[in-house]
Design a protein around this ligand. Structure first.
Ligand code: UDP
Length: 235
């Protein structure tokens, strides 16, 4: 039994790139699609915001001085590619999926609209929101919170490669302590690496919970959604 009805899943682009973190790792994408299929079969309504870091992250991704706005637009188009790719991976597994775009690419996907997204959910479809917010100077973390609010999701789940939020980097420090529950104020005051500050501020202001879940584990996402005390919950 799921404890939620509608959730927004944020996937970093890097995750789709597997170990290398670049391009697509077919095995990683396949197992991710399988996990999404499983939670979809629980009757959950699922929106997804993909990042674009497996291809391009803003102007710093260029080897020459690049206009920030152009760099961010390239990054947003990278998230569109990920949205379309992931949708095909899900459809190949028999999961009905739609892509909506925050940046206009009319030949490839419909523009985002709350009304239409809700119709798709009613129809049992997974909806992938590509193109971030459509605006430069934002991240897909912020886009995830924004879309989460727009579609009335009960929680934004950030899928990562670690099993929650720690007081320091668990890869570098053996004595790092994991948090199970945090308040938004604690995240902001201690500058904990949950999401960027703009995303946290938007979630805090609108009281939208955030979950941090390890996607590399077999049933981490499923168990979190069933209400098990794993990962970290902020809110
Ligand atoms: N981006 C943007 N506006 C948005 C979302 C994303 O300009 O609303 C751009 C930005 O350049 C960002 C890139 O798209 O670096 C890829 O997104 P992000 O870095 O959030 O991807 P992730 O790290 O999650 O893979």
């Amino acid at each position: 039994m799921a404890t939620y009805k509608r959730v927004l899943l944020k996937l970093s682009g890097e995750y789709l790139g597997g170990k290398i973190g670049h391009g697509y790792d077919p095995k990683t994408v396949d197992s991710l699609a399988e996990k999404i299929k499983k939670i979809h079969e629980m009757g959950l309504e699922i929106g997804i915001v993909p990042g674009g870091g497996n291809f391009f992250r803003g102007a710093q991704g260029a080897s020459f001085p690049m206009d920030r706005v152009k760099g961010d637009q390239i990054g947003m188009l990278a998230t569109m590619m990920n949205a379309l790719y992931l949708a095909e991976a899900l459809k190949a597994k028999g999961v009905k999926t739609q892509v909506m775009a925050g940046i206009r690419v009319p030949q490839a996907a419909d523009d985002f609209s709350k009304v239409q997204a809700l119709k798709y959910f009613k129809d049992g479809q997974v909806v992938i929101f590509g193109g971030g917010t459509g605006n430069p100077y934002f991240s897909t973390d912020t886009a995830a919170v924004l879309r989460g609010l727009e579609i009335d999701a009960e929680i934004v789940i950030k899928g990562t490669k670690v099993d929650g939020v720690y007081d320091k980097d668990p890869m570098k420090h053996d004595d790092a302590v994991k948090y199970t529950n945090l308040t938004f104020s604690e995240v902001l005051a201690q500058d904990l690496k949950v999401m960027d500050q703009a995303a946290i501020a938007l979630a805090k202001e609108n009281n939208l919970a955030i979950g941090v879940v390890d996607l590399t584990s077999d049933d981490g996402l499923l168990d979190f959604l069933k209400g098990k005390e794993i990962g970290t919950k902020v809110g």
